[in-house]
Design a protein. Sequence first.
Length: 107
Amino acid sequence: MAWIYLVIGGLMEVLWAIGLKYSDGFTNPIISLLTVVGIATSFYFFSKALKYLPVGTAYAIFTGLGAAGTAVIGMMFLNESISFIKIFFILLLISSIIGLKLNAKEA
């Protein structure tokens, strides 16, 4: 269950990172509120995962999922640049996340 919590937290990180972009420095009240709710939800699930997983591994996976997911969403939907090098490093990040998961032991 800890891994499910961690994945949910990482996916929520993608949502709040994009929310930060559209909150216009927290001047857009509705987007700002949704962003803060996303942050709280993300950290809630991350904290649930930390009950069972080592903090170093869990944090690396949590932030890696958020970073990779945000980069992919940016390229697919926000007209951010796409390059072979960027895709290569996102895939390298994802493979590192998988490697950490395969090597981790739950408490």
